[in-house]
Design a protein around this ligand. Structure first.
Ligand code: FE2
Ligand code: FE2
Length: 470
């Protein structure tokens, strides 16, 4: 479909629906006020080498240029509609997909969309101060790329709310701009999105682990019987891939730098780098916080969403059976936390099924990090993912004293060790003490290795972010 040249770039023929277009044009200045108020602080008039989605066609959607962030063309893009598309799973498997919201699923779908939508502006708010301490212009640009795209993901969700949910949807869209990450009276919906991200190692961990939860949630919604949601999330996933790249390679580069120093027989602290123990603690923290975002291990909501065709599995096509009628073997804490094995109806285990895919993906990244350590010549050290029973705040293991190896401890033993497993205030303060801006072209902060290449074929010393022209 041709690009609609209204003030809101889109491929949904927005100009043919005057009421909708007007409603979104009224929301637009509020969005911009929000962006200027709590978006990246101190860089609103810088020129940033950004990628902008201008259409969904392969190759056409990634257009690079210098842009001042408030001028970014946030648009609405859905993957093209497929003829005769059928719902792929649940009780409604084989029925035609829905182009409008079925009345009986209206509340559930609105809740699903609002919960996803809320994370997008929340992450921009959490990261708003990071630009002041970026380790390089390359990283600074990547931060801003992630930020503007999370803004576009908000647009994607707000379009669905406005177009398909009437007055309720418009009210929800307003509230998305009113809640604030970390606010005491109007916080963001999910807990992990109310924690400030005060240092770049946290940012890389967030983009690696927390954004990756987002990938799996979007992938499950990309299967939805509500076709506009499926088509929107499919396109969001193409942008999301870059965020995950920023996170995974960011953590990798911090690990590389530390391993290089250790391989040379030196102390990371003495060299102004991050000791491997602290990196491991950050992994323990962000991996487990992100595991919680998948929801409880046994969930009637998850069962209902699957049965109704609202939310499928990761790559539902790859499964043989699509009704979800089997069982799932799950270990749960019985008496006093001792593990028992249970056969859980598969539909009730859908959160865990999605979490399994996520854990596999995180393990793949972790293996890569260990390869990077190996390449420095350093032996006998590695990083690892903690057990998924460790440090849980949601589900049957929430609050139970399991170790990162998955062993059940006494409360006192657990308390005695926790400072070895999760970052302490001192650890955070140490990492923060390393955060100084590096703004010369091609230069890197000392605590991070350079990336293997620049952005979109450009050299590493390209001026990815420029101060405003005088
Ligand atoms: Fe996003
Ligand atoms: Fe993202």
């Amino acid at each position: 479909m041709a690009l609609d040249q209204s003030s809101i770039p889109n491929n949904v023929d927005l100009s043919s629906d005057r009421r909708l277009q007007r409603a979104l044009e009224q929301w637009q200045p509020n969005f911009l006020d929000w962006w200027k108020d709590v978006g990246p602080e101190g860089f609103q008039s810088h020129e940033v080498w950004l990628r902008t989605a201008i259409s969904v066609e392969a190759g056409g959607w990634a257009h690079f240029d210098y842009v001042r962030m408030p001028d970014y063309r946030w648009g609405i893009f859905l993957e093209p509609q497929q003829a005769d598309k059928k719902i792929g799973f649940g009780d409604v498997q084989g029925a035609p997909v829905w182009d409008e919201v079925p009345g009986e699923h209206r509340n559930a779908l609105r809740r699903i969309i609002v919960t996803q939508a809320d994370t997008e502006p929340a992450s921009v708010e959490q990261q708003r101060l990071l630009g002041k301490t970026a380790p390089s212009l390359y990283d600074l640009r990547n931060l801003f790329q992630v930020n503007v795209e999370e803004g576009r993901h908000l647009w994607a969700m707000v379009y669905l709310l406005h177009r398909y949910f009437g007055r309720d949807g418009r009210e929800e869209a307003e509230e998305l701009l009113q809640r604030r990450s970390g606010s005491s009276d109007k916080p963001r919906i999910l807990n992990a999105f109310n924690e400030p991200i005060a240092d770049w190692l946290s940012f890389f961990m967030f983009a690696m682990f927390t954004d990756r939860d987002g990938k799996y949630q979007l992938a499950a919604l990309a299967e939805s019987g509500f076709d506009p949601l499926a088509r929107t999330t499919r396109f969001m996933l193409t942008e999301e891939a870059h965020h995950l790249f920023v996170g995974e390679t960011g953590v990798d580069r911090v690990i590389q730098r530390t391993a290089q120093i250790m391989a040379a027989g030196k102390e990371p602290r003495a060299e102004g780098a991050v000791p491997l123990e602290i990196i491991q603690k950050y992994i323990n923290l962000w991996f487990t916080l992100s595991l919680d975002l998948f929801g409880g291990e046994i969930s009637s909501n998850a069962a209902d969403f699957f049965a109704a065709g609202l939310k499928g599995r990761f790559r539902e096509d790859g499964y043989e059976e699509h009704k979800g009628l089997g069982t799932y073997k799950m270990q749960t804490p019985g008496e006093a936390g001792k593990l028992v094995e249970e056969d859980v109806p598969l539909r009730n285990a859908m959160n865990e099924v999605l979490r399994d895919e996520y854990v596999k993906d995180c393990q793949r990244a972790c293996d890569r990090w260990n390869k990077s350590i190996g390449k420095t010549g350093l032996t006998g050290v590695s990083v690892k993912l903690p057990h998924r029973r460790f440090h849980r705040g949601v589900g049957p293991f929430a609050g139970l004293p399991y170790s990162p190896d998955g062993a059940l401890l006494s409360q006192s033993e657990h308390a005695a060790h926790i400072a070895h497993w999760l970052p302490s205030e001192e650890d955070f303060a140490y990492v923060r003490s390393l955060m100084h801006p590096v703004t010369a072209r091609g230069q890197m902060a000392n605590w991070i290795a350079p990336p293997s290449k620049g952005i979109d074929g450009l050299p590493l010393d390209y001026e990815y972010v420029k101060p405003p022209a005088a």
